[in-house]
Write a protein that binds this ligand. Structure first.
Ligand SMILES: Nc1ncnc2c1ncn2[C@@H]1O[C@H](COP(=O)(O)OP(=O)(O)OP(=O)(O)O)[C@@H](O)[C@H]1O
Ligand SMILES: [Mg+2]
Length: 137
């Protein structure tokens, strides 16, 4: 998926990297989880400034797989970190060029919760946003 995202990100000179677990097997609805993670990576590319970096990380902690997507964009106000997962919620101060319906993250949340997992947004130390997606393994 990191490789797939490079088409959009390359034209904006954004680098997307992955670090962490290489492979493991767990039953999932692959298409649903793919779309869920893709929404998060696309957001990171869409809302980040040219020349910045997106770090995707994957970690196995006991019975869970924790996937992080950290960007160096404008981030989200602390009091909106939960609201961005609601359908049709979009940032108030988005540039007019960044179109969307505000559905991506609500789909992501549904997909992970359907698998018994969860999703949250945190401010990234130093600026930007981290989306953390957790899946039971
Ligand atoms: N990486 C990010 N950096 C800053 N703001 C973000 C980021 N990801 C999401 N947001 C904020 O959260 C809102 C909701 O995101 P979501 O993906 O649900 O909708 P969208 O990107 O606006 O539209 P859609 O995904 O339907 O095309 C966005 O409008 C934006 O304000
Ligand atoms: Mg989106």
């Amino acid at each position: 998926m990191v490789a797939d995202s490079s088409f959009e990100s390359a034209s904006k000179k954004i680098s997307v990297t992955y670090e962490g677990v290489d492979s493991f097997v767990t039953p999932i609805d692959g298409e649903l989880i793919y779309r869920a993670v893709e929404n998060v990576i696309r957001n990171a590319v869409k809302y980040s400034p040219p020349g910045s970096g997106i770090a995707v990380s994957g970690e196995r902690t006991g019975t869970e797989f924790v996937l992080g997507v950290a960007d160096q964009g404008p981030g989200v106000a602390r009091d909106a970190l939960d609201a961005i997962f609601q359908p049709f919620k979009r940032g108030l101060d988005l540039p007019a060029s960044e179109t969307g319906f505000g559905l991506g993250l609500s789909i992501t949340k549904h997909a992970f919760e359907r698998h018994g997992g969860r999703v949250k947004a945190d401010p990234r130390p130093g600026g930007g946003l981290i989306i953390v997606m957790t899946l039971p393994v």
